[in-house]
Design a binder for this molecule. Structure first.
Ligand SMILES: C[S@@+](CC[C@H](N)C(=O)[O-])C[C@H]1O[C@@H](n2cnc3c(N)ncnc32)[C@H](O)[C@@H]1O
Length: 190
């Protein structure tokens, strides 16, 4: 029987091994991001991106995705205890490789820190998008001047680099430097 390729695990914040979410929050603060629309791949059970952006007065809206039932349960619990969080932070459970462009707003920032880490032939069994197709879909939903960010510390960074190369060839994006562990690509303004 075909099953969703979900993540039967949970991830706590671990700055030494996986600082990407912390670097992302710092980067957004350094840029003075306010009222920005953010897509975040991989919430972790800590939900730090949604939480920090709700706490810091930036009024940024965060749409996070997790494929971990446990992490999604943690979001539900967080929201019940802290209903104000729900104004700006929405997390949902699903496979990022089943994104539907019709349901996506236009984003200022898209974090794709885990590109290539979890996509396997199990996703093919139900016709899921590839890493590149998913990235290009989000690239098309990125505003001019908006950014897509990859994590250079990912164990699948070689795959992210290959996707990044295609992003530059197939869409109007340009490299925009690095911030700590994050590689940034910016969409050209019209
Ligand atoms: C190693 S954890 C990292 C969490 C967080 N970004 C951090 O660095 O602390 C990987 C994250 O990717 C999510 N994930 C894995 N496969 C996914 C998929 N197919 N679609 C959406 N999220 C997925 C997991 O649910 C988890 O939140």
């Amino acid at each position: 029987m075909t099953k969703l390729n979900y993540w039967d695990a949970t991830w706590s914040l671990d700055e030494a091994q996986c600082p990407c979410d912390l670097h992302f929050v710092e980067y957004l603060a350094q840029k003075g991001a306010s009222n920005a629309v953010i897509f975040h791949f991989g919430t972790g059970n800590h939900h730090i991106v949604g939480l920090k952006m709700a706490e810091n007065g930036s009024n940024c809206a965060v749409l996070g995705i997790t494929a971990s039932p446990q992490e999604y349960d943690d979001y539900v619990e967080l929201l019940i205890k802290n209903p104000r969080l729900g104004h700006t932070y929405k997390a949902y459970f699903g496979d990022i490789y089943q994104l539907d462009a019709r349901l996506l707003p236009e984003f200022d920032y898209v974090s794709l820190f885990h590109v290539g880490e979890f996509r396997t032939p199990d996703n093919d069994a139900y016709g899921a998008l590839t890493d590149l197709e998913m990235t290009l879909m989000l690239a098309d939903r990125t505003k001019p001047g908006g950014e897509i960010l990859f994590f250079t510390g990912s164990f699948a960074y070689d795959k992210a680099q290959a996707v990044g190369k295609q992003l530059l060839e197939q869409r109007p994006f340009e490299p925009a430097g690095v911030y700590k562990s994050l590689q940034i690509f910016r969409k050209r303004s019209r």
